[in-house]
Design a protein around this ligand. Sequence first.
Ligand code: NDP
Length: 277
Amino acid sequence: MDRYAVIGNPVAHSKSPAIHAAFAAQTGQTLAYEALLAPLDGFAATVTAFRTAGGRGCNVTVPFKLEAFALAERRSPRAQAAGAVNTLKFDADGIYGDNTDGAGLVRDLTYNLDCPLAGRGILLLGAGGAARGVMLPLLAAAPARLTLANRTVARAEALVAEFAAGAGNTPLAAGSFADLAGSQFDVVINATAASLADEAPPLPPGLYAPGALAYDMMYGRGDTAFLAAARRDGAAHLADGLGMLVEQAAESFLLWRGVRPETAPVLAELRRQIEGR
Ligand code: NDP
């Protein structure tokens, strides 16, 4: 049986085995998918052992996405742009690295949340790995403008400088949270790690245009401090990152198996389990 895995540390909490089992059942594919805990100094050894034992590919999660990038012998353009890899595929040509996080976000916004990005004003909060990983797919969706705001302004400026050449006609801007005062956006995406500490980035009021969506990449915690603040500030729509998780998994499944699973029933079941409904 073809074997796949998610490799991380910690990894026991991962929803990926359940998601991929559901994709396999739905598409009639026979495969096994497990969660593998790698020692913090043993990512490459864990990948090698899994591959030697017949593994065909793996997802990579915290804190190994940069090591996975280094381990890949060939990479997709979106992995190259992200500087990080969340999907490895093993074949006769060696180790191929991809990054499906950004495509997962764009698909979640576009299809699950009915929020097309073309011509919209987007604000991306954060300049860490998650923000970097979604830059290229967000720009490819042709927004009217893309603004980055981060606690450490220099990191947002560096990211904007890096992606400026590939931005096409989309104006790119970087600044602090305070710099956002007086601006409005159609889509505000929280890619900071603030929600992990039950905090929200200190945003000025009035950021949400009529009908705007507030999106937190964090999932599984109900209303985060960011989403609660967005509701108070008049955001018309709120969403967490569970759809992004399921969509990035579907992109990985497509890369490995050549078939795109239906995500809607899997997302609905996962949400039912997480929220106890
Ligand atoms: P990083 O550690 O690489 O980056 C953290 C970012 O958050 C930095 O921009 C940092 O700012 C900012 N930050 C941290 N704490 C605060 C705070 N209290 N207030 C304001 N800004 C803060 O983390 P990642 O980019 O890897 O992850 C970010 C989030 O995205 C996590 O919550 C993660 O769970 C989520 N994620 C979700 C995915 C999904 O599938 N739904 C996929 C990937 C990530 P500074 O530069 O100033 O330090």
